[in-house]
Design a protein around this ligand. Structure first.
Ligand SMILES: [Zn+2]
Length: 456
């Protein structure tokens, strides 16, 4: 028991329940009250509400806060919190109500990610902590949430214009009743042009129509064009006549997101939901979150002793469709992970030459290095039958590899090519076309996959 968890320090009583000693934390213990208000409930506007889930360890964890409060080392605080929670869990239930004093649940320590918040300045202040203003800035520098293009990673401030000031907005909140919802775009390398000709150059064809004087922007889309604005650090709009001062030159694009001002990827006007077009750090699905947590728990189980029974993870769900969906999601996640790991290793071995289509499946098969028992119905298979079985697996691998590289529905695990980690090219294509034109016999074009350096 650490010095932090000394009974006297926390006002703990040790009581016996049958032959088993149990620790009971009195209601008025300062530490118990601290634990309850940190992990359990807190008071907000006169009402008791659940606290935001919090990690015990880490910089923002509860142990660090307790250490600052008491001056005790963080590791002692971690131990004290864990023991305090377990003591509450094991404590005798209330004799009349039958409820435990503090029956914690694991999800109280796990919360989803948020996003990055940035100030409206050339030298931006960035933070992962949700807050309204840059600390110490006396409300002169607002912080706005960033969202990112799923195609190129370009960041946008996700905002709403209310009474001449940009305020934070949630990505799926596109309601225009309380001000114009949209995105602020700032780029030094590739700013959105101010000149009409240059704007037309950057727009995709569906935005333009032919006119006597040349192409022009369709009338019904003019209201959706990005608008040049000057924004001060406190989020207020600076009028055209005002001196430039320290205002930041931005472009405001109304929501829903129509196209990326950086990479040009554009979306149909019927697609109003922005979730599939832009991402924040909190963009995750419940199935993915469950899969990641389950995977982490299962990996930990491997380290636990197997006696008397092998350890298992039990999951509860209230309907069989959810259970089957989750099981499928988990298996799919593992399959994609294994496949991409093998592809990564194969591409890494190939070096700058990359992998050619005709050798891709063989190299990935070699990188996987699976024992026959993992894929053959008869693990003892030999000679010709073994060669046939391996060929069948290579064919399946080839299909799965190309299917995974194809741009598809994986929102939270984008393909390598869409995440910019790999590049496919068709070598000899030009030579093939030239040969066909000249009437000579053509060679088949060959696909090549290159892994970009620094990825993985
Ligand atoms: Zn983009």
């Amino acid at each position: 028991m650490s010095s932090m968890f000394h009974p006297k320090f926390f006002g703990l009583n040790v009581r016996t329940r049958g032959s088993q000693p149990s620790i009971c934390v009195p209601t008025f213990s300062l530490f118990t009250r601290w634990i309850e208000s940190t992990f359990g409930v807190t008071e907000r506007e006169g009402r008791l509400v659940r606290t935001t889930p919090k990690s015990i360890t880490g910089e923002q964890g509860a142990a660090t806060a307790l250490s600052e409060l008491t001056g005790e080392p963080v590791e002692h605080c971690v131990e004290a919190i864990q023991q305090g929670l377990l003591a509450g869990y094991e404590c005798e239930p209330h004799p009349e109500t039958g409820t435990s004093p503090f029956a914690f649940r694991l999800h109280q320590f796990i919360s989803k990610g948020d996003t990055i918040y940035a100030s409206l300045e050339e030298e931006r202040y960035l933070t992962l902590q949700r807050q309204q203003y840059v600390p110490g800035g006396h409300r002169a520098r607002v912080l706005l949430p960033l969202v990112f293009c799923r195609e190129c990673g370009q960041e946008y401030y996700c905002v709403r214009l209310v009474d001449g000031q940009y305020i934070p907005r949630r990505l799926n909140d596109q309601d225009d009743d309380e001000g114009a919802a949209g995105f602020l775009y700032v780029s030094v390398e590739n700013p959105w042009p101010l000149d009409d000709d240059a704007v037309r150059e950057r727009l995709s064809d569906e935005w333009l129509e032919e006119h006597q004087s040349g192409p022009r922007v369709r009338r019904n889309r003019r209201g959706n064009l990005p608008m040049a604005v000057q924004v001060r650090a406190d989020g207020t709009l600076q009028g055209e006549g005002a001196s430039n001062g320290t205002a930041l030159g931005c472009h405001f694009a109304p929501a829903p997101f129509r196209f990326c001002l950086q990479c040009g990827v554009s979306y149909g006007f019927r697609q109003r939901e922005d979730f599939a077009k832009l991402a924040s750090l909190s963009s995750e699905g419940r199935s993915t979150a469950t899969t990641i947590l389950s995977l982490s728990a299962i990996r930990r189980l491997r380290d636990t002793p197997k006696n008397p029974l092998p350890p298992k993870m039990l999951s509860f769900t209230d309907n069989r469709q959810d259970a089957s969906l989750q099981a499928g999601h988990f298996n799919d996640f593992i399959e994609v992970g294994v496949l991409r790991a093998a592809l990564y290793r194969a591409a890494q071995r190939a070096g700058v030459e990359g992998l050619r289509h005709e050798e891709l499946t063989q190299q990935v098969f070699n990188a996987l290095d699976l024992p026959p028992g993992a894929y053959a119905s008869d693990p003892g298979v030999k000679y010709q039958a073994l060669a046939e079985t391996q060929r069948a697996l290579r064919n399946v691998l080839g299909y799965r590899l190309y299917r995974d590289l194809k741009r598809g529905w994986r929102i939270t695990s984008p393909t390598w090519s869409s995440a910019g980690c790999s590049r496919s090219s068709i070598s000899r294509w030009k030579r093939c076309v030239a040969t066909r034109r000249s009437g000579a016999s053509a060679t088949q074009p060959s696909a090549q996959l290159l892994l970009r350096r620094g990825c993985g």
